[in-house]
Structure formats: C-alpha cells, structure tokens
Ligand binder design. Structure first.
Ligand SMILES: [Zn+2]
Length: 299
C-alpha cells in the first residue's frame, strides 16, 4: 500500500519535485549561500528552539501521514484542505509571514519590505499580538492592510477538540483581525478540519494555504535540510544547503505563487532581502493575496 501511494503523494506534496528543474544562474546560487552564511554571523534575535522543534515535528508527522493514510480517508477528514489546488497567477508573488509578531523580526521584515515597496500578509498568533501590540501597530502603520488570523496559541488543530478549535479561532479574531476589512485564516501547520472550515466561512473568512513552502524552519538550524525535510517542503537535492536558491527555484517551477515564511527564524529571515532581489531578477512581480489575481488561490 505504501509503495503504491508514494508517487502521487510526492507529486501532491510539492510541484517543485515533479516539475522540470530549472537550473539557477551561478550568481543566484553563489550569492544566496554567501548571504545566508553572512547572516548566520549576526542573528537578528535568538531563535525560539521549542517553536522550531514543534514545526519540524508537525511537518514530518504530516509527511508520514500523507504517505501512509489512504487518500480517501484524508479527504473525508478535510485534513489537508488548506493546500491550494489551483495554479498561481503567472509570475506574481505574494509574501506571507507566519507566527509573529516577534521583536527584532517584525521590524526587520518591515524595513526590507519598505525598501522594495512590497506589501505582505502577516498571519499572527493572537497570544504574541497581545504581548506586542506596538508591533501590530507598526505593521498596520506601514500600510500592510492584511493582518490575518493564525489562531490564538498555534496548536495543531488535528490534535484538539472542536470546542478548543473554535476558541483558538475566535480569540485570535478578536485581537488580530476584528477591524480588518479582509478576513483571512491560515491553519497552524496548514492542518485543517471540517469543523473549523465551516466555522471560519460562517465568520466571513477565507482560508489561505501556500504554493511555495520556503522551508525556513528546516534551513534555520544550520543552513541545510535533511532528506525528510526536503521531501516535506519540496526542496530539490541541489538546494538542500541553499535556502535562497530553493525559494527562487520553487517560485520558477510554479511560475509564482503565495510563499510561506515565518517571523521566528532569524537566520533565514536575514536572507529575505536576497530572496526578494533574486525573485525580482527572475522577472517576478510582487502583489498581495487580496489582489483579484489571487482570488482563486483562497478558499
Ligand atoms: Zn504557524
């Protein structure tokens, strides 16, 4: 059973694996590795080891489940419905930053976005937003219209009761997105449930997944991803020690899309400017997930 499931499952796990490999220019690969190395010398803040370990744990658990559980059963449980089934708008990129706000991280992101005139979406954890209202205000003041719901405390929705899921969603709604004209929700770890899908739609929300997983959580530890992590995020073998190369290559393979990044990874966050520069050099145009072009990517 496992053997028969692997090829289609891998294909669904990341189009970058199945798509034709587009070799990056030497400049892209060389400069990105150097940038990340330089960035590691001066971290923006201390990485939250426990949070990063949780992300890895749930990503690998998700990978194993995708490889071993019968697809019909996964479909009936709505477990991975936050994955985007439609193609992104051609050559358009929308940046998204999860798990903040983070002192040091949020300001760094805002500075880089301002330098390049780019708008992004911040999927904030309610607890952190309550602790750092000044950072939420800075994001709003910088003109980033969208501050979105990423739950109150970032649990795995597959592991908690329906009542707990409801509380997680509503508490974050109250603090993060109540005054937003656009209501967007992203599941922690992308792990959806039928019950919360219904709940968020009832509250006028749209669910947001991603086309491109930057895999920043895996690159964060020492700049390299292992084999399991690579499969989990769709990192091609030649980019397992090249974070920027992976993001740019995945964007090329998908011809644009919504990119998933996190505010909590100082090492990879330092490479944000390099990612943006390389994407611009590759001909991509930056937009927002609330642009009409991304309408079919939300659900
Ligand atoms: Zn998250």
């Amino acid at each position: 059973m496992l053997r028969s499931l692997i090829p289609p499952t891998l294909a669904r796990l990341g189009i970058a694996i199945a798509a034709p490999v587009i070799a990056c220019a030497a400049l892209v690969c060389d400069s990105s590795a150097a940038d990340l190395q330089a960035a590691s010398a001066a971290p923006l803040f201390s990485p939250p080891a426990e949070e990063i370990a949780q992300i890895r744990h749930h990503h690998i658990k998700r990978l194993v489940e995708r490889l071993t559980v019968e697809p019909g059963e996964l479909e009936r449980s709505c477990k991975y419905e936050s994955e985007i089934a439609t193609a992104p708008p051609i050559n358009r990129i929308a940046l998204t930053f999860d798990d903040g706000p983070v002192p040091g991280g949020t300001e760094h992101i805002l500075n880089v976005l301002k330098k390049y005139g780019i708008s992004a979406t911040f999927f904030m954890i309610g607890q952190k937003a309550a602790q750092h209202p000044e950072l939420v205000a800075k994001v709003r003041a910088a003109g980033h219209l969208v501050i979105a719901n990423h739950s109150w405390s970032h649990p795995n929705f597959h592991d908690i009761s329906t009542a707990a899921q409801t509380e997680e969603f509503l508490r974050d709604d109250a603090i993060v997105t109540l005054s937003n004209p656009v209501k967007l929700f992203r599941y922690p770890y992308g792990n959806s449930t039928c019950e919360t899908n219904t709940l968020v739609h009832l509250h006028g929300y749209q669910i947001v997944g991603w086309h491109i997983d930057s895999c920043d959580w895996a690159f964060e530890k020492n700049g390299k991803v292992d084999a399991k992590e690579a499969i989990s995020c769709g990192v091609l073998p030649q980019y397992r020690d090249d974070y920027v190369g992976h993001v740019v290559s995945a964007a090329r393979a998908r011809r644009g899309g919504i990119i998933l990044m996190h505010e909590i990874h100082p090492r990879t966050l330092s490479a944000l400017e390099s990612v943006i520069q390389q994407l611009i050099a590759s001909g991509f145009v930056f937009g927002s997930i609330v642009d009409p072009e991304f309408r079919t990517s939300l659900r």
